[in-house]
Design a protein around this ligand. Structure first.
Ligand code: B4P
Length: 201
């Protein structure tokens, strides 16, 4: 059963790769960015609060993300495995992943294999800022203007980069070069996933 966290800077291709891998492994694709954008479009209370942060290139507050992801992971399609795309994005959110997974295991009556969480793998897509800025300007989403992109990169370096060490120190991290064709990145990700101890076979 595949359980995967996809890390990487804005524009790294997390959404692109998560959609492909979710199709291939037949698991749920959970994108916090997509859920937020859908809430913004529907002008829900969450969307109204999240919009200003997203437009600035800041992370949406953890308290909002926490409820949102808990609700999403409680849906039945996630029972067969999941790919979390764009979550966690800081250490606080990473602790929440552990908390959620331990809670699910307790509910299912399973014992914990050791370090506070069931098997899952974190993959990190690696790209230079130059390539990222070029890709995002070409995509042209509402939050893809030069000023917001610079802010998102800065937020990524300050808040999300520490997750690389967090998962590396737990031996759960695989880094994959993201500056190559979409197919080549997918292939490299599949190889990393299929050979990992942290993916239940
Ligand atoms: P996200 O929706 O997660 O988006 P992203 O990081 O900008 O993009 P992604 O890496 O998914 O790139 P994509 O595949 O689209 O976040 C948006 C905002 O939501 C955040 O800034 C934040 O405000 C908020 N948010 C989301 N999650 C949050 C959380 N957990 N906590 C707090 N706030 C949160 O690819 C980018 C482009 O490159 C596309 O045009 C694609 O076609 C192209 N591309 C992809 N792979 C390519 C390749 N190999 N070669 C060439 N082009 C490629």
């Amino acid at each position: 059963m595949v359980k995967l966290l996809i890390l990487g800077p804005p524009g790294a291709g997390k959404g692109t790769q998560a959609a492909r891998l979710a199709g291939f492994y037949n698991v749920a694709h959970v994108s916090t960015g997509e859920i937020l954008r859908s809430n913004v479009a529907r002008q829900t209370p969450l969307g109204i609060q999240a919009k200003e942060y997203m437009n600035r290139g800041d992370l949406v507050p953890d308290s909002l993300i926490r409820n949102m992801i808990e609700d999403r992971l409680a849906q039945p399609d996630t029972k067969i495995g999941w790919i979390l795309d764009g979550f966690p994005r800081n250490i606080n959110q990473a602790s929440f992943v552990d908390e959620l997974l331990s809670k699910k295991m307790v509910l299912k009556g399973e014992s914990d294999p050791g370090d506070g969480a069931s098997r899952f793998l974190a993959v990190n897509l690696v790209l230079s800022d130059e390539v990222l800025v070029k890709r995002l300007l070409a995509r042209g989403r509402a939050d893809d203007n030069e000023e917001t992109i610079r802010r998102r990169l800065q937020v990524h370096n300050q808040e999300t980069e520490p997750l690389i060490e967090f998962y590396r120190s737990r031996d759960r991290l695989v880094s994959v070069e993201g500056d190559r064709s979409v197919d080549a990145v997918t292939q490299a990700l599949k190889e990393a996933i299929d050979s990992s101890y942290y993916v239940e076979k």
